[in-house]
Design a protein. Structure first.
Length: 173
């Protein structure tokens, strides 16, 4: 397998995510309640019983890059929440599939801090749909995640594929 540079992989990852966001936006989001109309902003991201997003090392690098461009005080708050999530929700490197946690990337009053730069595929797919038949098909998420995993393996051939978001972010630190 021919490796690609992290820079090229991050560019390709950005294209995958933009294509995914465009498809979700054009085809499905009109059936969902907009986040701006939510009576409890961020509740879905901060619900420690709901969030179980796992990401690849490549996605963690993209998130860390986005965080590096933020105000140092905000960035420090995020890294503190990342560490707290790992401890409070007993997350580790074994890929706790199914374990849930509050997303450390959500900042009250701002929203998702990586929304336009490094938002994970499951988060792009998620919206406030009232009817099950309006949801995007799971296959759309799985197909995009397969593309992300392929890029991850081309970049870091020996990297574990998926880790809980806080663990992956801290691991790339």
């Amino acid at each position: 397998m021919k490796k690609i540079s992290e820079t090229k992989a991050l560019e390709a990852l950005q294209r995958v995510k933009k294509d995914n966001a465009r498809e979700i936006g054009e085809t499905y989001e009109s059936r969902a309640k907009p986040c701006s109309a939510c009576s409890t902003p961020g509740a879905c991201c901060l619900d420690a019983h709901f969030v179980n997003v796992e990401i690849t090392r490549l996605e963690a690098v993209a998130i860390r890059k986005a965080l590096s461009e933020m105000d140092p005080e905000l960035r420090n708050r995020v890294y503190n929440r990342v560490g707290e999530a790992i401890v409070n929700f007993r997350l580790d490197r074994s890929g706790n599939s199914g374990r849930t946690f509050a997303c450390p990337l959500y900042e009250k009053g701002i929203g998702c801090l990586v929304h336009s730069t490094a938002k994970p595929i499951p988060c792009i797919q998620h919206a406030c749909y009232e009817r099950r038949e309006d949801l995007p098909p799971d296959s759309l998420q799985y197909d995009r995640e397969a593309e992300v995993e392929r890029l991850n393996r081309l970049t870091y051939s020996d990297a574990p594929a998926w880790l809980p978001l806080p663990v992956a972010i801290m691991r790339t630190r």
